[in-house]
Design a protein around this ligand. Structure first.
Ligand SMILES: C[S@@+](CC[C@H](N)C(=O)[O-])C[C@H]1O[C@@H](n2cnc3c(N)ncnc32)[C@H](O)[C@@H]1O
Length: 387
């Protein structure tokens, strides 16, 4: 108001007006301007709200529109090994957490898969022998596909195998309270798994808090909230090192609107990854998430960059053999070099150098440089509910 008045008439604001005076004049003009300004503010507010709504809709429609492709098409993808690698990381995390839950004496395990997508982790829950699964996601089509995969898994399972019970919920988990939608109103979870999802909630404090509430409020004491999300420190480090507002390579690109100022919530960037992801995301400033989690009685047990988690877990034989089974690394060199995922020079230099330095006889398992640059953005986290 102050600024508007000075711009238009060089006036100083005198006193508060409720509305225009009947005869018009200066006071009337001033009141009209005030009203116009208020209307403009209201419009701005509405536009902001619309933007927020559009963002959720955008994310949902992006994931809804992703086609399910068969194994043959997946294996031709430029990021085939990286996707397998990410899957292995999730398998190891989920497997170890379920072991801990069982070691704590739990016989019947219930899990919430927050942002379940098309059910990419269903097999991991089956392998983990859980009893009850609740899958929730904002993208309705994905939830339907997740449910169909589950039904098919049940249909095809061995007669002696008891597949877990499951419920599927389509909901914006940054806005809706999941516990109100549970078929079993008393249900409590041993684990909430939130894989590659939490960053969508950091658009605002309210959204991040609602996602956290959904993750934690129904956890049993001692229960775990686990997940994977981009590491904000790594993203900002790479942005600051770039001479533009973006960075990336032939498989992924991250673009920010500006540099130098990183608000705690709503710090948006655009992430695109081959043909899989092409959406706005938000920086998750981890110390803040850790602080917010305390409101739900959660303490941080583990936070590790993908590189650290990988280096630690790959030492164990059973994780290594799962890695082979899941083809989580690309053999290098292939006898027929043409079969390598990419022919670009430099994409496997690190593997060559490693063999030379460590005196290892090839072939070795690796990821192309571009895929590793994308995978190494992420971190793994584990929170536990204080008993
Ligand atoms: C990268 S995918 C990960 C899917 C799955 N967790 C996995 O690891 O395969 C991200 C998922 O988060 C979901 N998502 C994004 N925002 C959400 C929200 N507000 N509420 C619930 N799900 C959301 C998307 O619909 C999408 O399925």
């Amino acid at each position: 108001m102050d600024v508007l008045l000075r711009k238009d008439g060089g006036e100083e604001e005198e006193e508060e007006e409720e509305g225009p005076s009947p005869g018009g004049g200066r006071r009337g003009q001033k009141a009209q301007m005030k009203r116009r300004h208020e209307e403009e503010e209201e419009e701005e507010e509405c536009a902001k709200k619309k933007l927020v709504i559009d963002h959720s809709v955008k994310v949902a429609s992006h994931y809804n529109s992703l086609q399910e492709v068969g194994l043959a098409a997946r294996s031709r993808s430029r990021i085939f090994f990286m996707r397998n690698f990410n899957n292995w990381m999730k398998s190891v995390l989920i497997g170890e957490i379920l072991e801990q839950v069982r070691a704590g004496g739990c016989r019947r395990v219930s899990v919430l898969d927050l942002g379940c997508g098309k059910g990419g982790d269903l097999l991991k829950w089956r392998r983990g022998g859980i009893d009850h699964l609740v899958c929730a996601d904002i993208a309705g089509v994905s939830v339907e596909q997740c449910q169909s995969r589950y039904e098919e898994m049940k249909r095809k399972s061995h007669i002696n195998e008891k597949i877990f019970k499951a419920q599927f919920i389509t909901a914006d988990c940054t806005k809706e309270v999941l516990s109100e939608k549970l078929e079993d109103a008393e249900l409590q979870f041993d684990v909430c798994s939130c894989q590659f999802v939490y960053h969508y909630s950091f658009e605002s404090e309210q959204k991040a808090d609602m996602m956290l509430r959904n993750a934690c409020e129904r956890l049993k004491p001692g229960g775990f909230f686990i997940g994977t999300t981009p590491d904000a420190f790594e993203l900002v480090k790479r942005l600051e090192a770039s001479d533009s507002l973006s960075f990336g390579n032939e498989v992924f690109k991250v673009s920010f609107g500006s540099k130098g100022d990183y608000p705690l919530f709503g710090c948006q960037y655009h992430f695109s990854l081959e043909d899989v992801v092409d959406v706005p995301e938000f920086l998750v400033y981890f110390p803040l998430l850790e602080h917010m989690a305390k409101n739900y009685n959660m303490r941080l047990v583990l936070r590790q960059r993908f590189s650290e988690f990988f280096e630690e877990k790959v030492k164990k034989e059973h994780h290594r053999s799962l890695m082979m089974k899941m083809t989580a690394l690309e053999p290098f060199p292939l006898e027929d070099g043409d079969g390598q995922t990419t022919g670009s020079s430099g994409e496997y230099r690190h593997a060559k150098e490693h063999c030379a330095r460590a005196g290892v006889r090839p072939p070795v398992g690796t990821l192309s440089r571009s895929e590793w640059e994308a995978a190494s953005i992420y971190l793994v986290f584990v929170f536990q509910k204080i008993s």
